[in-house]
Write a protein that binds this ligand. Structure first.
Ligand code: SF4
Length: 371
């Protein structure tokens, strides 16, 4: 089954740390963009799909009827499973109970809120438009609107944040009883405005060992609260993993619609043109929007399957990968992986290869073996 990704590149303001493909909201451009999306989706299809994911940008800036039309285009073009997972990323300041109820009526059955922090000082430093009380209210409104599948994003290692401050957000998020949580480490990009602001205000990020403590302690608290870690950055209640995101980590296939969206299908990978205006223009002219279309080599496909599979807490089933790609994975990579096993970062148990939690902190080093 395919996953369908729909990119929505509009935001009410641009956060000082953001390096996603997004721009400032423009009502006219948004209307033209939605029309272009409908045409792109309408021209694809012919396969089964079981997830639809609206990512951004800020997808909750779309009107519910626009979301409904996009979902309808997906179901018209694809054989979308009745038990589909339809996720909408939402920023707390863009929603009300009525809007959320309308998104639900439109067919959305999972919300992913960009909460980031439950401390107002941290949210201000990130130039987010919401405060913690708005985030709490948004969760309440989502429950009131009937959503029983909520995910919250939190960011750790923020400027000026110590371990205790981080754990306040973790405990606050646990108290909200979401079905799913994603924990991301802030990466300060060289050209991010946040970098200059940090220099001016003399905010710094905590030392590396504190970042490790943030990650490990948060996961311990989430374990104790009944969440299961299923991926390096993601935990969920039983049965509430993100089915869409699992496709990225379990060698699945997906189609991306909209500007900058990536697709992987039948060993071919491509990316749509990044610019929103250019995307709309090309669709309007009936021109292709896909760029960088590339058939992956067998070695690249194997490398990707191992690289992404290792992100999963369950790790990689070497027999399945071996059968699919016709290689003995341990024979090929075992010698380079042995040191990580010896250090207690990697477990090689029968046909399974998985990172220990401590190994997840060093995941990139382990994964470079495969690429
Ligand atoms: S809301 Fe998200 S996508 Fe938009 S600017 Fe902020 S971080 Fe970037």
């Amino acid at each position: 089954m395919l996953g369908l990704y729909v990119h929505v590149p509009f935001c009410s303001a641009i956060c000082n740390y953001c390096n996603f493909n997004r721009g400032l909201f423009d009502g006219d451009l948004k209307r033209r963009y939605v029309d272009a999306l409908l045409r792109e989706i309408g021209g694809a299809g012919g396969a089964g799909a079981d997830t639809i994911y609206f990512g951004g940008g800020t997808p909750s800036l779309l009107e519910p009827d626009e979301v409904a039309r996009i979902i309808a285009a997906c179901t018209a073009s694809f054989d979308v499973a009745p038990d589909r997972e339809v996720t909408l990323e939402a920023n707390p300041e863009t929603v009300t109970r009525d809007r959320l109820a309308a998104f639900r009526d439109a067919g959305v059955n999972r919300l992913s809120f960009g909460v980031q922090s439950l401390r107002d000082d941290e949210l201000r430093r990130l130039s987010r438009l919401h405060d913690s009380s708005r985030a709490l209210a948004a969760v309440d409104e989502a429950r009131g609107a009937g959503f029983d599948n909520l995910s919250l994003d939190l960011m750790m290692w923020l400027p000026g944040q110590d371990v205790d401050a981080w754990l306040q957000s973790v405990d606050g998020a646990i108290a909200l009883s979401p079905e799913h949580l994603s924990l991301y480490l802030l990466e300060v990009y060289p050209n991010a405005p946040l970098k200059d602001e940090m220099a001016r205000a003399r905010w710094s990020q905590a030392p590396d060992e504190d970042a490790e403590a943030m990650y490990l302690t948060a996961l311990e608290r989430l374990d104790a609260a009944g969440f299961e870690q299923y991926e390096i950055s993601n935990v969920a209640r039983r049965g509430r993993c993100s089915r869409h995101n699992l496709k990225y980590w379990s060698d699945g296939e997906w189609l991306g619609f909209g500007c900058g969206a990536h697709s992987t299908r039948a060993g071919v990978r491509w990316k749509n043109t990044s610019s929103t205006e250019e995307y709309v223009r090309r669709i309007g002219m009936g021109q292709p929007v896909a760029e960088d279309l590339r058939r992956l080599t067998a070695a690249e496909r194997l490398g990707d399957a191992l690289f992404t599979g290792l992100r999963l807490a369950a790790g990689i089933d070497l027999e399945t990968v071996g059968t699919r790609y016709g290689v003995d994975v341990w024979e090929r990579f075992g010698r380079e992986l042995e040191p990580f096993v010896a250090e207690g970062c990697l477990l090689h148990e029968g046909a399974r290869l998985r990172l220990t939690r401590r190994g997840m902190l060093l995941a990139h080093e382990v994964m470079t073996v495969f690429v």
